[in-house]
Design a binder for this molecule. Structure first.
Ligand code: F6R
Length: 243
């Protein structure tokens, strides 16, 4: 796409069409959602479609990819707050229908919580569509380099490069969380459709490595080469290194 705005509108259009098809079938629409800067324009367009074009989210059930750990949901840096401010509080999704990993659990509670998170997705028949961004190291969700293709939802240690990228939001590396809860690669790969969005020159090298390089757990986004319905949605700059 020429730019991230037109690209995001195209993704929003696909999501709206999916929601409406599922509505017509009286089925829930199960969406996997991401945070970070990449999906901001997508969520703005979905909110516009809700407010101006009558798109209802009453049949939508969402599961976010990740949350920092530990994290107070009311913190300015929480992904709960991000999702509520940019999308969830601005559309008519039912409160019981959105899920974001809980950053307030005790360590002892995390494993069971993660199993339940996956079980909920499975009970609904899996994710109809997973939205992804990509980290500078090729992470998807917070599945950092070294994550296995069959990895489960779990507590992970964040890579230094991920923490450096996040540190401006946390006003310094010292305040930036070292761990997070992330949906595992397996559930992402099981989604019926995957849309990875990346914008800007800064993503161009990792986009090329992920799309044209070998499939390797050093670059978890490269696993998407083996997904039968995954697409990278890019602006001109992010796609500029593709051969
Ligand atoms: C966020 C997430 C991360 C981001 C990635 C890119 O929920 O799972 O993988 O998608 O770090 O972040 P941005 O879009 O800020 O460049």
């Amino acid at each position: 796409f020429e730019d991230s705005i037109s690209a995001s509108k195209a993704v929003a259009k696909e999501i709206a069409a999916l929601i409406r098809v599922k509505q017509a079938q009286k089925q829930p629409c199960i969406l996997g959602l991401a945070t970070g800067s990449s999906p901001k324009s997508l969520y703005a367009e979905l909110v516009r479609l809700h407010k101006e074009e009558g798109l209802s989210f009453k049949n939508v059930i969402t599961f976010n990819l990740d949350e920092y750990y530990p994290m107070d949901p009311n913190s300015v840096n929480s992904y709960v707050r991000f999702m509520k401010e940019l999308l969830l509080d601005k559309v008519d999704i039912l409160k019981e229908n959105y899920h974001i990993p809980d950053g307030t659990l005790t360590k002892a509670e995390i494993a069971e919580y993660c199993n339940d998170y996956e079980a909920k997705i499975e009970a609904l028949g899996g994710l109809d569509l997973q939205i992804l961004g990509i980290g500078g190291n090729g992470h998807i969700g917070f599945n950092e380099s070294g994550s296995l293709q069959n990895s489960k939802t779990r507590l992970v240690a964040l890579d230094h490069i991920t923490r450096v990228a996040a540190s401006k939001d946390f006003l310094g590396l010292g305040n930036t969380p070292r761990t997070a809860i992330t949906l595992g690669v397996k559930k992402i790969m099981e989604a019926k459709r995957v849309i990875l969005m990346a914008w800007g020159e800064g993503k161009s090298n990792i986009v090329r490595t992920s799309v044209e390089g070998e499939v390797t757990n050093q670059v978890p986004a490269s696993f998407l080469q083996e997904h039968n319905n995954a697409v990278f949605i890019l602006d001109k700059e992010a796609s500029s290194k593709l051969t």
